[in-house]
Write a protein of this length. Structure first.
Length: 265
Protein backbone atom coordinates (compact mmCIF):
# COMPACT_ATOMS: atom_id res chain seq x y z
CA UNK A 1 0.00 0.00 0.00
CA UNK A 2 1.32 3.44 -0.88
CA UNK A 3 2.17 5.46 2.20
CA UNK A 4 1.78 9.22 2.68
CA UNK A 5 5.49 9.83 2.12
CA UNK A 6 5.33 8.21 -1.32
CA UNK A 7 2.24 10.24 -2.18
CA UNK A 8 4.02 13.45 -1.22
CA UNK A 9 6.92 12.55 -3.48
CA UNK A 10 4.74 11.89 -6.52
CA UNK A 11 2.12 14.63 -6.13
CA UNK A 12 2.53 17.62 -8.47
CA UNK A 13 3.80 20.80 -6.84
CA UNK A 14 1.11 23.14 -5.58
CA UNK A 15 0.44 26.12 -7.83
CA UNK A 16 1.61 29.39 -6.24
CA UNK A 17 -1.09 31.78 -5.08
CA UNK A 18 -2.51 34.03 -7.78
CA UNK A 19 -1.13 37.55 -7.37
CA UNK A 20 -3.28 40.64 -7.72
CA UNK A 21 -1.27 43.62 -8.97
CA UNK A 22 -2.73 47.12 -9.22
CA UNK A 23 -1.26 48.84 -12.28
CA UNK A 24 -0.71 52.57 -12.02
CA UNK A 25 0.00 54.42 -15.26
CA UNK A 26 2.05 57.50 -14.54
CA UNK A 27 2.23 60.70 -16.52
CA UNK A 28 4.29 62.67 -14.04
CA UNK A 29 3.26 63.72 -11.52
CA UNK A 30 -0.20 62.16 -11.93
CA UNK A 31 -1.89 58.79 -11.97
CA UNK A 32 -3.80 58.58 -15.26
CA UNK A 33 -6.12 56.11 -16.96
CA UNK A 34 -7.33 55.80 -20.52
CA UNK A 35 -8.62 53.35 -23.11
CA UNK A 36 -6.23 51.51 -25.45
CA UNK A 37 -3.47 53.37 -23.54
CA UNK A 38 -4.79 56.67 -24.94
CA UNK A 39 -7.32 59.39 -23.97
CA UNK A 40 -5.83 59.80 -20.53
CA UNK A 41 -7.81 61.03 -17.54
CA UNK A 42 -6.03 62.38 -14.45
CA UNK A 43 -7.07 60.51 -11.30
CA UNK A 44 -4.79 61.83 -8.56
CA UNK A 45 -1.53 61.34 -6.75
CA UNK A 46 0.03 57.93 -7.49
CA UNK A 47 1.55 57.50 -4.03
CA UNK A 48 -1.86 57.89 -2.38
CA UNK A 49 -3.37 55.16 -4.54
CA UNK A 50 -0.36 52.92 -3.96
CA UNK A 51 -0.71 53.26 -0.19
CA UNK A 52 -4.45 52.49 -0.41
CA UNK A 53 -3.88 49.34 -2.44
CA UNK A 54 -1.14 48.20 -0.08
CA UNK A 55 -3.52 48.59 2.86
CA UNK A 56 -6.22 46.66 0.98
CA UNK A 57 -3.89 43.68 0.53
CA UNK A 58 -2.33 44.00 -2.93
CA UNK A 59 0.44 41.47 -3.58
CA UNK A 60 2.55 43.82 -5.71
CA UNK A 61 2.33 47.19 -7.44
CA UNK A 62 3.22 48.18 -10.99
CA UNK A 63 4.23 51.74 -11.85
CA UNK A 64 4.37 52.38 -15.59
CA UNK A 65 5.70 55.71 -16.84
CA UNK A 66 3.67 55.83 -20.03
CA UNK A 67 5.53 58.68 -21.74
CA UNK A 68 9.12 57.99 -20.67
CA UNK A 69 10.05 56.02 -23.78
CA UNK A 70 8.17 58.34 -26.12
CA UNK A 71 9.87 61.49 -24.88
CA UNK A 72 13.17 59.94 -23.77
CA UNK A 73 12.57 61.04 -20.18
CA UNK A 74 14.24 59.79 -17.05
CA UNK A 75 12.39 57.30 -14.88
CA UNK A 76 10.22 58.40 -11.97
CA UNK A 77 12.80 58.02 -9.23
CA UNK A 78 11.24 60.37 -6.67
CA UNK A 79 7.91 58.56 -6.82
CA UNK A 80 9.63 55.19 -6.44
CA UNK A 81 11.52 56.41 -3.38
CA UNK A 82 8.38 57.86 -1.77
CA UNK A 83 6.44 54.66 -2.40
CA UNK A 84 9.19 52.38 -1.11
CA UNK A 85 9.21 54.31 2.17
CA UNK A 86 5.50 53.72 2.76
CA UNK A 87 4.53 50.56 0.91
CA UNK A 88 6.02 47.21 1.87
CA UNK A 89 5.18 44.91 -1.02
CA UNK A 90 7.13 44.31 -4.24
CA UNK A 91 7.18 47.22 -6.68
CA UNK A 92 7.69 46.81 -10.42
CA UNK A 93 8.60 49.89 -12.47
CA UNK A 94 8.56 50.30 -16.23
CA UNK A 95 8.94 53.06 -18.79
CA UNK A 96 12.16 54.49 -20.13
CA UNK A 97 14.40 51.74 -18.75
CA UNK A 98 17.19 51.62 -21.34
CA UNK A 99 20.47 50.86 -19.59
CA UNK A 100 21.94 48.84 -16.75
CA UNK A 101 22.45 52.15 -14.98
CA UNK A 102 18.69 52.83 -15.18
CA UNK A 103 18.02 49.43 -13.59
CA UNK A 104 20.61 50.03 -10.88
CA UNK A 105 19.10 53.40 -9.96
CA UNK A 106 15.55 52.03 -9.87
CA UNK A 107 16.53 49.12 -7.64
CA UNK A 108 18.48 51.43 -5.36
CA UNK A 109 15.47 53.76 -5.16
CA UNK A 110 13.30 50.88 -3.93
CA UNK A 111 11.98 48.99 -6.95
CA UNK A 112 12.08 45.19 -6.79
CA UNK A 113 11.61 44.54 -10.51
CA UNK A 114 11.93 46.48 -13.74
CA UNK A 115 9.72 46.07 -16.78
CA UNK A 116 11.38 46.34 -20.20
CA UNK A 117 9.73 46.86 -23.56
CA UNK A 118 11.10 49.37 -26.07
CA UNK A 119 14.74 48.88 -25.07
CA UNK A 120 14.34 45.10 -25.22
CA UNK A 121 12.88 45.19 -28.73
CA UNK A 122 15.52 47.66 -29.92
CA UNK A 123 18.39 45.56 -28.56
CA UNK A 124 17.33 42.10 -27.32
CA UNK A 125 20.80 41.45 -25.88
CA UNK A 126 19.92 43.99 -23.21
CA UNK A 127 17.61 41.40 -21.63
CA UNK A 128 20.46 38.94 -21.21
CA UNK A 129 22.81 41.63 -19.89
CA UNK A 130 20.22 42.77 -17.34
CA UNK A 131 19.46 39.21 -16.21
CA UNK A 132 23.16 38.45 -15.73
CA UNK A 133 23.74 41.67 -13.80
CA UNK A 134 20.69 41.64 -11.53
CA UNK A 135 19.09 38.21 -11.79
CA UNK A 136 16.17 37.02 -13.89
CA UNK A 137 13.81 37.55 -10.96
CA UNK A 138 14.25 41.31 -11.41
CA UNK A 139 13.63 41.38 -15.15
CA UNK A 140 10.08 41.47 -16.51
CA UNK A 141 9.52 41.95 -20.24
CA UNK A 142 6.29 43.49 -21.49
CA UNK A 143 4.69 41.83 -24.49
CA UNK A 144 2.42 44.61 -25.72
CA UNK A 145 0.11 43.33 -28.41
CA UNK A 146 -2.47 44.37 -30.98
CA UNK A 147 -4.49 41.96 -33.08
CA UNK A 148 -3.64 42.32 -36.78
CA UNK A 149 -6.07 42.06 -39.73
CA UNK A 150 -4.80 38.55 -40.49
CA UNK A 151 -5.57 37.42 -36.93
CA UNK A 152 -1.97 37.37 -35.74
CA UNK A 153 -0.87 39.22 -32.62
CA UNK A 154 1.81 41.80 -33.33
CA UNK A 155 4.23 43.29 -30.83
CA UNK A 156 4.15 47.04 -30.27
CA UNK A 157 6.18 49.48 -28.18
CA UNK A 158 5.63 53.00 -26.82
CA UNK A 159 2.28 52.00 -25.29
CA UNK A 160 0.85 50.61 -28.51
CA UNK A 161 2.08 53.41 -30.76
CA UNK A 162 5.01 51.77 -32.55
CA UNK A 163 4.74 48.65 -34.70
CA UNK A 164 7.71 46.26 -34.50
CA UNK A 165 6.81 43.54 -37.01
CA UNK A 166 7.37 40.86 -34.35
CA UNK A 167 4.92 38.07 -33.54
CA UNK A 168 3.83 38.10 -29.88
CA UNK A 169 4.30 34.39 -29.17
CA UNK A 170 7.63 34.15 -30.99
CA UNK A 171 8.92 37.25 -29.22
CA UNK A 172 7.79 36.01 -25.81
CA UNK A 173 9.63 32.72 -26.29
CA UNK A 174 12.78 34.56 -27.32
CA UNK A 175 12.83 36.92 -24.35
CA UNK A 176 12.46 33.98 -21.98
CA UNK A 177 15.45 32.31 -23.66
CA UNK A 178 17.39 35.54 -23.16
CA UNK A 179 16.73 35.49 -19.42
CA UNK A 180 13.48 37.29 -18.63
CA UNK A 181 12.08 35.96 -15.37
CA UNK A 182 8.49 37.03 -15.98
CA UNK A 183 6.27 38.33 -18.79
CA UNK A 184 3.64 41.06 -18.75
CA UNK A 185 1.07 40.36 -21.47
CA UNK A 186 -0.98 43.41 -22.48
CA UNK A 187 -3.77 43.44 -25.05
CA UNK A 188 -3.87 47.03 -26.26
CA UNK A 189 -7.15 46.17 -28.04
CA UNK A 190 -8.83 45.44 -24.70
CA UNK A 191 -6.98 47.79 -22.36
CA UNK A 192 -9.38 50.10 -20.54
CA UNK A 193 -12.48 48.58 -22.18
CA UNK A 194 -13.47 46.34 -19.24
CA UNK A 195 -14.62 43.65 -21.68
CA UNK A 196 -12.25 40.97 -20.47
CA UNK A 197 -8.76 39.66 -21.13
CA UNK A 198 -7.66 38.01 -24.38
CA UNK A 199 -7.96 34.50 -23.00
CA UNK A 200 -7.06 32.65 -26.19
CA UNK A 201 -3.81 34.55 -26.51
CA UNK A 202 -3.06 34.07 -22.81
CA UNK A 203 -3.56 30.30 -23.07
CA UNK A 204 -1.30 30.07 -26.12
CA UNK A 205 1.42 32.06 -24.40
CA UNK A 206 1.29 30.15 -21.10
CA UNK A 207 1.59 26.88 -23.02
CA UNK A 208 4.80 28.03 -24.72
CA UNK A 209 6.84 29.65 -21.92
CA UNK A 210 8.23 28.43 -18.63
CA UNK A 211 8.04 31.66 -16.64
CA UNK A 212 5.11 33.34 -14.84
CA UNK A 213 2.79 35.46 -16.97
CA UNK A 214 1.07 38.60 -15.68
CA UNK A 215 -2.03 39.35 -17.77
CA UNK A 216 -3.15 42.94 -18.30
CA UNK A 217 -5.71 44.75 -20.37
CA UNK A 218 -9.48 44.39 -20.16
CA UNK A 219 -10.42 43.41 -16.60
CA UNK A 220 -13.96 44.59 -15.87
CA UNK A 221 -15.60 41.96 -13.68
CA UNK A 222 -14.62 39.44 -11.04
CA UNK A 223 -15.39 36.68 -13.56
CA UNK A 224 -12.80 38.09 -15.96
CA UNK A 225 -10.18 37.64 -13.25
CA UNK A 226 -11.32 34.11 -12.44
CA UNK A 227 -11.25 33.15 -16.12
CA UNK A 228 -7.70 34.47 -16.59
CA UNK A 229 -6.43 32.73 -13.46
CA UNK A 230 -7.95 29.44 -14.58
CA UNK A 231 -6.36 29.94 -18.01
CA UNK A 232 -2.86 29.96 -16.56
CA UNK A 233 -2.08 33.54 -15.55
CA UNK A 234 0.18 33.70 -12.52
CA UNK A 235 -0.83 37.29 -11.76
CA UNK A 236 -3.61 39.68 -12.70
CA UNK A 237 -2.85 43.34 -13.36
CA UNK A 238 -5.87 45.52 -12.65
CA UNK A 239 -6.44 49.25 -13.08
CA UNK A 240 -9.94 50.60 -13.82
CA UNK A 241 -11.72 48.21 -11.47
CA UNK A 242 -9.72 49.65 -8.59
CA UNK A 243 -8.98 53.24 -9.61
CA UNK A 244 -12.65 54.14 -9.99
CA UNK A 245 -13.49 52.61 -6.57
CA UNK A 246 -15.85 50.02 -8.04
CA UNK A 247 -14.02 47.31 -6.12
CA UNK A 248 -11.32 46.92 -3.51
CA UNK A 249 -8.33 44.59 -3.69
CA UNK A 250 -9.83 42.61 -0.83
CA UNK A 251 -13.14 42.12 -2.67
CA UNK A 252 -11.41 40.91 -5.81
CA UNK A 253 -9.28 38.46 -3.86
CA UNK A 254 -12.33 37.13 -2.05
CA UNK A 255 -14.02 36.52 -5.41
CA UNK A 256 -11.00 34.53 -6.60
CA UNK A 257 -10.96 32.59 -3.33
CA UNK A 258 -14.69 31.82 -3.59
CA UNK A 259 -14.05 30.46 -7.10
CA UNK A 260 -11.58 27.96 -5.62
CA UNK A 261 -8.37 29.76 -6.56
CA UNK A 262 -5.44 30.15 -4.17
CA UNK A 263 -4.83 33.76 -3.13
CA UNK A 264 -3.19 35.49 -0.18
CA UNK A 265 -6.05 36.91 1.87
Amino acid sequence: MTNSTQLARTAPPARPAIRLIPRLDIKAPNLVKGIHLEGLRVLGKPADFARMYFEQGADELHYQDIVASLYNRASIMDLVRETAENVFIPLMVGGGVRTLRDIHELLRAGADKVCLNTAAVTRPEFIAEAARAYGSQCIVVAVETLRQPDGRWGVFTNNGRQRTGLDAIDWAMRVVELGAGELLLTSVNNEGTRRGFEIGLLERLVARVSVPVIVHGGAGTEQHLVEAARSGASALAVASMLHYRKHTVRQLKESLHTAGLEVRL
